[in-house]
Design a protein around this ligand. Sequence first.
Ligand SMILES: Nc1ncnc2c1ncn2[C@@H]1O[C@H](COP(=O)(O)OP(=O)(O)OP(=O)(O)O)[C@@H](O)[C@H]1O
Ligand SMILES: [Mg+2]
Length: 300
Amino acid sequence: MIYTVTLNPSLDYTVSMDGFELGRTNRTTSEQMLPGGKGINVSIVLRNLGFESTALGFTAGFTGEQIAREVQNMGLCTDFIHINSGFSRINVKLKDYDGTEINGMGPAIEPNYVEALHEKLKQLKAGDLLVLAGSIPKSLPAAIYSEILMRLQNRGILFVVDATKELLLNALQYKPFLIKPNNHELGELFDVTLDTREAVVAYAKKLQEKGAGNVLVSLAGQGAVLVDETGTVHMLAAPRGKLVNAVGAGDSMVAGFLAGWLEKKDYEHAFRMGVAAGSASAFSALLATGTEIEQVYASL
Ligand SMILES: Nc1ncnc2c1ncn2[C@@H]1O[C@H](COP(=O)(O)OP(=O)(O)OP(=O)(O)O)[C@@H](O)[C@H]1O
Ligand SMILES: [Mg+2]
């Protein structure tokens, strides 16, 4: 079974406007409300590729109920822990102002809820995959990922960590099966700028020395590099297509890689599926469908 963890899921309220001005009443011309969060994105793309997973994390208030409902309506399994106070955040995204967003904080998560998550994770068995993706909300201890991994280590569970800075570095000692930094995130760990596929290889290997298994480095429009756990280097330029919305491309890539690996236990295939899923999502307004991913895969 695959489990994804989204500690601070959101309702993403994505709006278009004819012009946006500070200090004025701005009115939307289109709007959309969808559940968001990196773990949830991974679960959605896995589902689109025919793989079931269970989305875990914390929800609160009516927004949290709506997140769980929407995710279930999409056909995903959920096992969120519902917090009795506060509300899950709404993230406002201005569609025509690429990257302009107002992201909420989310609820305060008391230690008893964190313990409830650890309790739930105890049910994982050897061979299960656990995906930890995204940043940690302020109300949670910064070490929560390491704490989860420490408690589950040496049980044959395969860890996938998509995080940045110390969160990522601290996870490496628990030998994650897969990490997926982008080139900027990899570079900032070593205080260097990495802007070509060739340049990331040496740094991906440094993370393997610290414990990482497969290191998948994405470079947005420049494609990706996988240094697999046997040390073999795989490289692909990004497939050509029209960029529509790259939000969730990285999460799609994680899902594609896992689906590919589960299908064939072959890293070249997993890598290609990762690139295909990432790019297919970048070429589509929402996360890519299975058919869209297959089409891009066939073009690689
Ligand atoms: N402009 C693009 N053109 C083609 N493919 C793209 C583009 N942007 C992203 N991709 C594909 O998606 C993959 C992941 O993208 P990216 O490097 O942006 O991930 P990320 O920075 O982790 O994104 P996220 O915001 O989801 O965390 C890339 O390796 C590539 O295959
Ligand atoms: Mg990312």
